[in-house]
Design a protein around this ligand. Structure first.
Ligand SMILES: NC(=O)c1ccc[n+]([C@@H]2O[C@H](COP(=O)([O-])OP(=O)(O)OC[C@H]3O[C@@H](n4cnc5c(N)ncnc54)[C@H](O)[C@@H]3O)[C@@H](O)[C@H]2O)c1
Length: 362
């Protein structure tokens, strides 16, 4: 089989994970298109990619045989770029969040179905060694039905700059609710992606304009830019199956430290996948754990599941999964229908926060 050829649309920071991930599956990364052509050229030089373009359209025009693209742009451009790629007959791997809302993502899912192309999103936390290990226990029946789960991505000082696209609702879709949606997705993945029924939530914007709550990644502030998103959210979701999920997402809140976790209570075992940080936002200061809690021979037993460390948090492995899925060598780690369900919960959180009422999910 000839290796799949992949183009990058948007030379965002995640290219440093996508490109080695695709290559490790045997795929060829042949071009980078960025509306800032200089950014495309810089990235092409860094990652040794042969061709660059100023727009995705030029790339499709020039590289007729391109198999797939990876979209790594600010959130507002995911929908138009994914729709354009599918229209041009490409498979698509798109950064998270899938889109700004469930309507956009529903349209993408529909377009992927119609064009019979693979559409996957970078829910990289599913590709962490801890998550793969936990899924083996869940699928193997050791956990039983998961009745309840708690999904948290909470930061103390982790606002990604002020006035850039991250804090501008029109460009990002929102703050930590949508940016840090990973643990909601991972909890749903563990719970077998049940159909949501009601969402009740509140958002808070305390600290969103306080400089000392900024994250450490060096994202520049944009003078005169817009900052109109939440800093934290707390919510509760019920599912048609009777399962329930609590959600805590924040960029800035009086938490002890950044914590990224899914905790669940199953009918046979409880469990937790967790990353803790010493310094908010810096992956190289973090440590990961994967645990199961059972009752055995009359005793409470805690199992520590030891897996290899992955500082990249599954970001390279998830890109590898996409490239392998194109060749039917692995099942895709996520589906467009799951992304639509996830975004309905995100929409529900914002709507409930705005109305002060529970939202019924259709
Ligand atoms: N999975 C993760 O862990 C993770 C981590 C960080 C960011 N992300 C996601 O990655 C995406 C990119 O974030 P970033 O911080 O790298 O963004 P960024 O601001 O660095 O932008 C990426 C590039 O996109 C280009 N671009 C914008 N619109 C374009 C268009 N229409 N066509 C072509 N290029 C275009 C920009 O010129 C820029 O070079 C976001 O969706 C973000 O949520 C994911």
């Amino acid at each position: 089989m000839i290796a799949a050829t992949i183009g990058i649309v948007g030379a965002g920071g995640m290219a440093s994970y996508h490109i080695p991930g695709f290559r490790s599956a045997g795929a060829e990364v042949v071009a980078i298109a960025d509306q800032n052509h200089e950014a495309a050229k810089r990235a092409a030089q860094k990652y040794e990619v042969g061709k660059t373009f100023g727009t995705a359209a030029e790339m499709y025009q020039s590289l007729k045989d391109l198999d797939a693209v990876s979209v790594i742009t600010p959130n507002a451009f995911h929908h138009p770029l994914v729709m354009e790629a599918l229209k041009n007959g490409k498979h698509v791997f798109c950064e998270k969040p899938p889109g700004l809302n469930s309507k956009e993502v529903g349209e993408m899912a529909e377009a992927a179905k119609k064009s019979n192309k693979t559409l996957m999103f970078n829910f990289n936390n599913r590709a962490r060694p801890e998550s793969y290990a936990m899924m083996k226990y869940i699928k193997g029946g050791a956990v039983g039905r998961i009745n309840s789960a708690q999904a948290s991505w909470i930061r103390r000082t982790g606002i990604p700059g002020f006035g850039g696209w991250f804090t501008n609702k029109k460009l990002s879709g929102g703050g930590p609710v949508i940016d840090l949606l990973h643990m909601i997705d991972l909890a749903l993945h563990f719970m077998d992606y049940p159909q949501p029924q009601y969402v009740l939530a509140q958002t808070f914007s305390d600290f969103i304009d306080r400089k000392e709550f900024k994250g450490p990644w060096g994202i520049p502030d944009v003078v005169g830019g817009i900052t109109d998103v939440e800093a934290a959210a707390h919510g509760f979701v019920t599912f048609k199956t009777g399962q329930v999920l609590s959600i805590r997402n924040s960029w800035a809140e009086m938490n002890k430290r950044e914590e990224v976790s899914v905790v669940f209570q199953g009918q046979k075992a409880g469990g937790r996948v967790r990353r803790l940080f010493r310094v908010d936002g810096l992956d190289n200061t973090s440590f990961d754990r994967c645990e199961l809690y059972t009752q055995e021979n009359g005793n409470a037993v805690n199992h520590s599941i030891i897996v290899e460390a992955d500082e990249a948090m599954g970001r390279t492995r998830s890109a590898k999964n996409f490239a392998l899925a194109l060749e039917d060598k692995e099942a895709p780690l996520n589906t467009p229908d799951e992304a639509v369900k996830l975004m309905k919960i995100i929409d529900g959180i914002y709507q409930s926060a705005q109305t002060g009422r529970p939202v019924e999910i259709q």
